[in-house]
Ligand binder design. Structure first.
Ligand code: ZN
Length: 356
């Protein structure tokens, strides 16, 4: 029985989306996964500037810390504010006291003439300027000492040329690729297109409709998958290591664990919470330094999957680093003023919503 754990790890996040909640309704009601991307996320990420991104990342990092999540593997997109964006995210996380691995998710969906690639059935034909700048942003960030990966949005919005270039850049930098894989059926060709490129250090996000095995770690995001009605990913069937992510919907990893368990259970009534607990714990394989952080919780059985699976609302009280620095005291962050972060984020959300 213990009321402490190491810092938890969010294996797939989008800190840029922390301001999205409450955004104006899209012009048309999305009716499937692709139209959710087009109507919500691709409009939102195109409207971001670096000041909005800074406060979105500050808010996302603050909310992570308050949930006992001390490490985030982030995937960023913002086609009109690419240069310098990964440093903005890294700086915001450092300011709050959360560890982060940054990646810019490259894509050819925005053509060089500024229009969206219109044919959903075939990928864009060639590498765009935006994809080149996205890869350059990852290269610049990692080469300057940042902890990063090379990001790819998804195979279906990238030309083969871009997939090869991103994989090559990651190989040259000695880091993995962080990519959405077959999240919806629209990306069902991802397995075939990535097969010759993927390596063990890749982070493969979702894999709901993946038709083959690829090397790498799978990031399972049960809440997001339910929210987008893309189907159940069935991560237990895969031989890969699996980690849990939120896909941008906060960073409450005990909550995501409970959802992962109950989604597994809905698919297989013999499932136990041990599987989802293993997925949560696998986050420490990707970010081992989170194990040196200590989180004190308001619940005595926080090390027991069977207890946590049936106890909603467990809260982090204190978070401290190995050297003794307290990052969260009695639910309050020590490095930043939570009220100020929330107020500034609200100001930037208002600017963002006005652009939408
Ligand atoms: Zn995602």
């Amino acid at each position: 029985m213990s009321a402490t754990t190491p810092g938890l790890v969010c294996g797939h996040h989008h800190l840029y989306s922390a301001l999205a909640r409450g955004m104006p309704a899209p012009p048309q009601q999305p009716t499937d996964f692709l139209s959710i991307l087009q109507q919500v996320w691709w409009r939102l990420d195109a409207a971001l500037d670096l000041e909005m991104l800074r406060w979105s990342a500050m808010l996302g990092a603050l909310e992570a810390l308050q949930c006992g999540t001390t490490a985030i593997i982030d995937h960023h997109e913002g086609p009109n504010a690419i240069d310098g964006s990964l440093q903005v995210i890294a700086d915001a996380c450092e300011e709050v006291g959360v560890r982060v691995v940054c990646a810019y998710g490259v894509t050819d969906r925005w053509q060089d003439d500024g229009t969206l690639w219109a044919d959903e059935h075939v990928p864009p034909p060639s590498m765009t300027d935006a994809a080149r700048r996205g890869i350059a942003e990852c290269e610049r960030f990692v080469a300057s000492g940042g902890r990063g990966m090379v990001g790819i949005h998804a195979a279906f919005t990238c030309s083969d040329e871009t997939l090869v270039a991103a994989a090559g850049a990651a190989h040259d930098l000695g880091v993995g690729v962080h990519v959405h894989v077959a999240e919806g059926s629209i990306d069902a060709a991802a397995g075939a297109r990535l097969q010759r490129l993927a390596t063990d250090d890749w982070l493969l996000v979702h894999c709901v409709h993946l038709d083959r095995d690829l090397p790498g770690t799978i990031a399972h995001n049960p809440r997001s998958n339910m929210n987008n009605a893309v189907g159940y990913a069935r991560p237990a069937r895969r031989a890969n290591a699996v980690v849990l992510g939120t896909d941008g919907i906060g960073a409450d990893m005990l909550e995501e664990f409970r959802l992962a368990y109950v989604a597994h259970r809905a698919d297989d009534v013999t499932a136990s919470p041990d599987a989802a607990w293993r997925w949560l714990s696998n986050g420490w394989e990707l970010m081992p330094e989170a194990k040196t952080d200590t989180v004190t919780w308001n619940y005595d059985h926080v090390d027991s999957p069977w207890h946590v699976a049936f106890t909603p609302g467990i809260r982090a009280i204190d978070v401290r680093r190995a050297g003794g620095e307290v990052l969260l005291h009695d639910g309050t962050p020590t490095r930043v003023d939570a009220n100020e972060v929330v107020a500034k984020a609200a100001e930037q959300a208002a600017r963002l919503f006005a652009r939408l």
